[in-house]
Ligand binder design. Structure first.
Ligand SMILES: [Zn+2]
Length: 439
């Protein structure tokens, strides 16, 4: 049923009953959230939404005449426009025209933007913010069941959109980066007014939160970013359970930017090609993944890393280099930092931790993994000799092995790798930064 109301130079959109129903739903939410007054600024007029338009006051207009012309309640016209004195309108003033039932037009709702995570539907985004999916669908001009692409901007009522730093319930502050670079590690810091058990996810992987003060009111988590992660906007989600047992969560957009990584072709000698058999590679990978997927209860390290090999040994292949192999048509990226050094050169622990693995492997050669706590592991491959045993505590500078050329290696070197929540990240970042950030 059209609502044909025309004025010179202005075309009103048709009134649709469905929009009014959605609008009432939105009002209930706004009221429930205690936000109605923030929108209304005026006396008790019911707010709802539906498509609306604006009208520019011309000479001789009165509010009463405008209300009559548009067939809308005068008090709604006064209220939606925050007019203090109905006798004081001026020529050129832009007025929002409410719906016939006095509700706020959809187009007049102040909105902000959130971004969709991988796998989100519009309904999932709406539910995450406690909003009616049909209403959010209307606001965005898409159906509530629509699949979204990661990073797709979604309009929500302004009040529902969390700013970068936001209090929600017991959480009184959240600090997080707006952008992360492929292969680098960011951090999110959370301050709470009472001890809380925080959860969260970044790139579909759970975050590991660590308390960083004695009172248990301040927490941080690493945000490891995969070296091959497609540059785009992704959602970072944080949540916790309230004192009343309700699970609450919020999402923030974080932009992943491309890193500057080189390309390298690796020529594998014929006699070593057999180690690239898929079964061998997979079985060994499963073994190391099992080790670095754990998260010890404490963070054993705080200060910046100490270089695990003498400064005179230069980098021969940096972390993140895109690689193709001469055998098997494999293309990949370099998950660690290589230092060229003669066989027998000492390799030392960069930071305190517990040796989680020390044994010969087929691809990685004589290998050591050190558990630095809370899902942070450093790895050392291709060594000629192992100098530690599993379960042993090491401090920064302690000898763990000697440089070698074992496993899938084309010359004596140390391969140094850092895994955070299982993601390989640039270990050299932590030569300049401690666990909690730059000193
Ligand atoms: Zn390497």
């Amino acid at each position: 049923m059209p609502y044909p109301c025309r004025l010179p130079g202005k075309v009103m959109h048709s009134f649709q009953p469905r929009r009014a129903a959605l609008a009432r739903q939105a009002v209930r939410w706004l009221v429930a959230a205690g936000l109605l007054l923030a929108v209304a600024r005026g006396p008790s007029v019911l707010y709802a939404q539906s498509e609306g338009s604006t009208y520019t006051v011309v000479s001789g207009d009165t509010l009463g005449e405008i209300a009559a012309r548009f067939e809308v309640p005068l008090d709604a016209l006064v209220s939606v426009n925050g007019i203090a004195d109905p006798n004081q309108i001026r020529v050129g003033q832009q007025l929002i025209i409410p719906n016939a039932d006095g509700s706020l037009p959809l187009a007049a709702i102040p909105t902000g933007t959130v971004t969709a995570n991988a796998g989100d539907s519009l309904a999932m985004v709406a539910n995450r913010y406690g909003l009616d999916p049909a209403f959010v669908g209307e606001l965005n001009g898409v159906s509530s069941g629509a699949r979204l692409f990661p990073g797709q901007p979604i309009r929500l009522p302004e009040e529902a959109v969390p700013p970068a730093s936001l209090r929600f319930g017991a959480v009184v502050d959240v600090e997080l980066p707006e952008t992360l670079i492929q292969g680098r590690t960011g951090r999110v810091y959370v301050t709470a007014e009472r001890p809380v058990v925080l959860s969260g996810s970044w790139n579909d992987r759970p975050l590991t939160f660590t308390s960083i003060d004695a009172e248990g009111l301040r927490y941080f988590a690493f945000l490891p970013t995969h070296a091959l992660q497609e540059p785009n906007v992704y959602g970072l989600t944080l949540g916790y359970t309230t004192a009343a047992g309700v699970e609450v969560s919020r999402s923030w957009p974080v932009t992943v930017e491309a890193g500057s990584y080189d390309f390298q072709e690796i020529v594998i000698p014929e006699d070593r090609a057999s180690v690239l058999e898929p079964d061998v590679v997979q079985a060994e990978l499963a073994k190391v993944i099992e080790v670095w997927s754990q998260a010890s209860p404490s963070l054993y390290w705080q200060d910046p890393f100490v270089r695990p090999i003498g400064a005179e040994y230069a980098t021969t292949s940096p972390f993140g280099t895109r690689r193709s192999y001469s055998v098997g048509g494999i293309s990949d990226y370099h998950a660690g930092q290589d230092f060229g050094a003669p066989v027998g050169t000492p390799v030392t622990a960069p930071a305190p931790g517990v040796v989680a693995l020390a044994e010969p492997l087929i691809v990685r050669g004589n290998a050591v993994l050190i558990d630095h706590g809370r899902g942070v592991f450093s790895g050392y491959w291709h060594m000629s000799e192992l100098q530690v045993e599993p379960g042993q505590w090491v401090n920064a500078g302690d000898l763990i092995g000697l440089v070698g050329n074992t496993g899938l290696s084309t010359g004596a070197h140390l391969h140094w790798e850092l895994r955070i929540n299982g993601i390989a990240v640039d270990p050299t970042q932590f030569l300049d930064e401690g666990a909690f950030g730059a000193p």
